[in-house]
Ligand binder design. Structure first.
Ligand code: NAD
Length: 257
């Protein structure tokens, strides 16, 4: 029976890159995230072309009960759960004194608490089989701060802390837990920031994107979602069996400075 993976927030961007790479590596995949019925059907069909089983569950990651239901739906669909990728995330940019409390709560629940709820529900299934991979999509913002991103930076630092504890608690259970810390990746989440900056500065989106990346990264180019997917597949491999509790940096040199 092939191994099964659940990737939260995988209808676009990095999550889709990871789900595609896992399907390509032979994992059955449970997709999750928003999209129209037609968009989701197209994704399921595209990933199924790898000869694996693919399904989608619409759980809203801000609701703990739906997160637990998503994990159980994955086990029902595939009979097992071997890989959990906590990827769903949102962003909100505002100075702390102006940051809406409701946006703080939403960022913390989707970017941090959902990973706790999914991990809690997934661990017994992995422990039963003595094998598991938990991959938390953190960020450079789990390692350093940036102005305007108090909730996101707090959530991503917290996610790295959660990763370390889960790694320690399962160090001899055949289960690894690692964080991936990307710099700028070309996705809808970043595109919204680029569009806002272009509007604000009266500049083209191409110029806004170049400035955004250049402000932080010595390497002035975006990471591809497929590259993050390849890194996740490596973390699931036997070669990565002793990599646990780590921060896998893929950031164009951002945090080397
Ligand atoms: P994206 O906006 O392209 O995709 C986000 C995905 O999450 C979508 O599938 C969306 O439907 C889903 N989602 C959002 N809210 C949800 C909810 N409440 N319930 C279920 N699904 C939900 O974003 P992305 O850039 O691919 O970001 C994915 C992850 O990578 C996030 O955790 C983000 O913080 C992280 N990240 C992104 C970058 C970057 O530069 N893009 C860099 C570092 C880390």
């Amino acid at each position: 029976m092939p191994r099964a993976a659940l990737v939260t927030g995988s209808t676009s961007g990095i999550g889709l890159g990871i789900a595609t790479a896992l399907a390509g590596a032979g994992y059955d995949v449970m997709l999750n995230g928003f999209g129209t019925e037609a968009e989701i059907a197209a994704l399921v069909s595209s990933l199924s072309s790898h000869g694996v089983r693919v399904s989608h569950h619409p759980a809203d990651m801000s609701d703990p009960a739906q997160v637990a239901a998503l994990v159980e739906a994955t086990v029902s669909a595939f009979g097992r759960l071997d890989v959990l990728v906590n990827n769903a995330g949102i962003q909100h940019v505002a100075r702390t004194e102006d940051f809406p409390a409701e946006r703080w709560d939403a960022v913390i629940s989707i970017n941090l608490s959902a990973a706790f709820h999914a991990t809690k529900a997934a661990l017994p299934h992995m422990q039963r089989r003595g094998w598991g991979r938990i991959i938390n999509i953190a960020s450079t913002h789990g390692r350093v701060g940036s102005e305007g991103k108090c909730a996101y930076v707090a959530a991503k630092h917290g996610l790295i802390g959660l990763t370390k504890v889960v790694a320690l608690e399962n160090a001899n259970a055949g289960i690894t837990a690692n964080a991936i810390c990307p710099g700028w990746v070309e996705t809808a989440l970043v595109q919204r920031q680029v569009a806002a900056r272009a509007l604000e500065g009266g500049i083209s989106e191409a110029e806004a994107a170049e400035r955004l990346v250049g402000e932080k990264q010595p390497m002035k180019r975006f990471t591809r979602p497929s590259s993050v997917g390849a890194l996740a597949v490596f973390l699931c491999s036997d070669a990565a069996e002793t990599i646990t509790g780590s921060e896998q940096v893929i950031d164009g040199g951002w945090t080397a400075q």
